[in-house]
Design a protein around this ligand. Structure first.
Ligand SMILES: Cc1cc2nc3c(=O)[nH]c(=O)nc-3n(C[C@H](O)[C@H](O)[C@H](O)COP(=O)(O)O)c2cc1C
Length: 181
């Protein structure tokens, strides 16, 4: 199973989430190949070659960061011939949590999933029964809040990274079941 993790990260928090997702996937399934890249490093062949595509973005002004949107729009070409159809998709997001209520995190997650579904992909959320959900999860996927109550950056918590590992393990196991059957 080929996994592609694509992230946008200016200050490293989303990249740390990407590493934790990869660690969780590897811990769950030893026989998988994982490539992890920034949006800028990713081309359309990377998407075509993957069985599982995981997108991670920081929240920017209430939605995904523009390099992620640029990649998604470029991948619109793949929609024409359905080359992503049947692949498995997952996601993760970090945000400052502006206003204490997410600052657009759910909008970001839903629009990432909307793109996967438009391509005919199968999406894997984050069940509440999994370890880490209560501290770093939303039903859509893991979320790391990186801002404090004053709106200042405070880094990503171990709890959010643990949730990302847990989600990675779930994603790898579920994807393998789908792909093998
Ligand atoms: C241009 C810009 C816009 C942002 N807008 C939001 C926002 O609307 N909501 C939010 O919760 N956080 C917002 N943030 C905070 C980032 O999402 C947060 O710091 C994130 O964890 C950064 O991830 P990174 O370390 O991977 O770059 C914004 C940050 C930047 C740079």
């Amino acid at each position: 199973m080929n996994v592609l993790i694509v992230y946008h990260s200016d200050y490293g928090n989303t990249q740390k989430m990407a590493s934790s997702i990869a660690a969780g996937m590897r811990a769950s399934q030893s026989d998988i190949r994982i490539i992890s890249k920034s949006c800028e490093e990713t081309d359309l062949n990377d998407l075509i070659d993957a069985d599982v595509i995981v997108f991670g973005s920081s929240v920017h002004m209430g939605s995904m960061a523009w390099p992620m949107k640029k990649l998604i729009d470029q991948a619109g070409k793949l929609w024409m011939d359905g080359s992503l159809e049947g692949k498995v998709g997952g996601l993760f997001v970090t945000g400052g949590g502006f206003g204490g209520a997410g600052g657009g995190v759910e909008q970001t997650m839903i629009s990432l999933y909307s793109n996967f579904l438009e391509h005919g992909m199968i999406v894997i959320g984050f069940p509440k029964s999994l370890p880490g959900y209560a501290d770093g999860g939303l039903q859509w996927g893991p979320y790391g809040r990186t801002g404090n109550h004053e709106g200042m950056p405070c880094g990503i918590s171990d709890a959010a990274l643990a949730a990302a590992r847990s989600y990675g393990a779930h994603l790898a196991e579920t994807a393998l079941n789908i792909i093998d059957n």
